[in-house]
Design a protein around this ligand. Structure first.
Ligand SMILES: C[S@@+](CC[C@H](N)C(=O)[O-])C[C@H]1O[C@@H](n2cnc3c(N)ncnc32)[C@H](O)[C@@H]1O
Length: 260
C-alpha cells in the first residue's frame, strides 16, 4: 500500500531523524570539545543517549507517529550496549532476515502481524451464511483463523492472501489437509473481492479508506465486509459485534454498495 500524500514514508522519516540526531550530536560534542570537556567524547553511551534524544525530537518535528519516538530514543544506545557483548555479526544478519520474513514490508503496508483470537473466530462463524459460501481473509497471517473456520464449515471455501513469506509458509503448512482452504502468496490489493459472501480484514487504520474504495468497487451485492478493530473512517458501520475477549475486540460490519 502507498502512503497518503499527507504522510511521508516512515522509513525515510526515520532515517532523516537518525541522521539529523547524529549530525546534531556531532556538532554538540564538537562545541563541548572546544570548551575542553573532551571527556564527554569518551563516554559513548552518553553520546548515544544524546543522539537518541535529538533523533526523537526531529522525528516529532517531522510528524512521525508517536510510537516511533521510543525507537529513536533507544536505537543508538542499544547499538552501543550490544557492542559490549561478544556477539558474532552473523546473528544480527539472521535476526534481520527473520524479522523481514515475518513482517515483510510493514513500513509500506502499515499492517503488522497480529492474530485473530479464538473468541473472535467464534463470533465470525456466527456471521457466516448458513448456506455454502466463499470467504476471503485479506492478509491471512499464519492461517490459524481460516483453519478454525474451515474445520467447522467444510461446506464453505476459504481463501487467504498473505504477502509475508514466513506467515504464508506457515499458513500453507497448517492448512495442508483442508481441501476447502486455499492460501495464496501475494498482495491482497490485487485480489478480486467479488464472489465472496464474507471478506474479512484485520489490518490497521492506515489502509481502511483504500480498502473501503476497493470493497465498494468489487464486492458482490449483499456480501459482508468484516473489519476487526478498525472502522472505515466517515462510514457508519451497518452493525458492530462486541466480542467478549480480554482485548474487547469489536467487529465492524459493512455491506458495501457502489455509489450511485
Ligand atoms: C493483523 S494480521 C492478520 C492476520 C490474520 N488475518 C488473522 O486475523 O489472524 C495482517 C496480515 O496482513 C498481511 N498483509 C498486510 N498487507 C498485505 C498485503 N498488501 N497483501 C497481503 N498481505 C498483507 C500482514 O503480513 C499480516 O500477516
Amino acid at each position: 500500500m502507498q502512503n497518503s500524500p499527507a504522510e511521508p514514508p516512515p522509513l525515510r522519516t526515520a532515517l532523516l531523524a537518525q541522521l539529523g540526531g547524529g549530525a546534531a550530536t556531532l556538532l554538540f560534542v564538537a562545541a563541548l570539545s572546544r570548551i575542553s570537556t573532551a571527556d564527554f567524547l569518551r563516554i559513548p553511551l552518553l553520546i548515544a543517549l544524546l543522539q537518541g534524544g535529538l533523533a526523537a525530537l526531529i522525528a516529532l518535528k517531522l510528524r512521525s507517529p508517536r510510537w516511533w519516538l521510543p525507537i529513536h530514543l533507544a536505537f543508538m544506545p542499544l547499538v552501543v550496549i550490544v557492542q559490549g557483548f561478544d556477539i558474532a555479526p552473523g546473528w544480527f544478519l539472521a535476526a534481520f532476515v527473520l524479522l523481514l520474513l515475518v513482517f515483510w514490508r510493514t513500513d509500506r503496508s502499515r499492517v503488522p502481524l497480529y492474530l485473530t483470537n479464538a473468541a473472535t473466530a467464534e463470533a465470525l462463524l456466527k456471521l457466516l451464511p448458513t448456506v455454502p459460501c466463499r470467504v476471503l481473509d485479506l492478509g491471512c497471517g499464519d492461517g490459524g483463523l481460516l483453519r478454525r473456520l474451515a474445520i467447522v464449515r467444510p461446506d464453505c471455501l476459504f481463501t487467504g492472501v498473505e504477502h509475508a513469506p514466513l506467515p504464508w509458509l506457515v499458513a500453507r503448512l497448517r492448512t495442508l489437509g483442508l481441501a476447502n482452504v486455499t492460501i495464496r502468496r501475494g498482495d491482497f490489493w490485487q485480489a478480486p473481492l467479488g464472489g465472496h459472501a464474507l471478506v474479512y480484514a484485520f489490518l490497521s487504520p492506515a489502509p481502511m479508506p483504500r480498502l473501503w474504495a476497493k470493497a465498494v468497487r468489487e464486492m458482490s451485492p449483499g456480501a459482508l465486509l468484516v473489519s476487526n478493530s478498525f472502522a472505515v473512517p466517515d462510514q457508519p458501520a451497518d452493525a458492530t459485534v462486541e466480542v467478549a475477549d480480554r482485548r474487547n475486540t469489536r467487529l465492524f460490519l459493512y455491506h458495501p454498495v457502489p455509489d450511485g
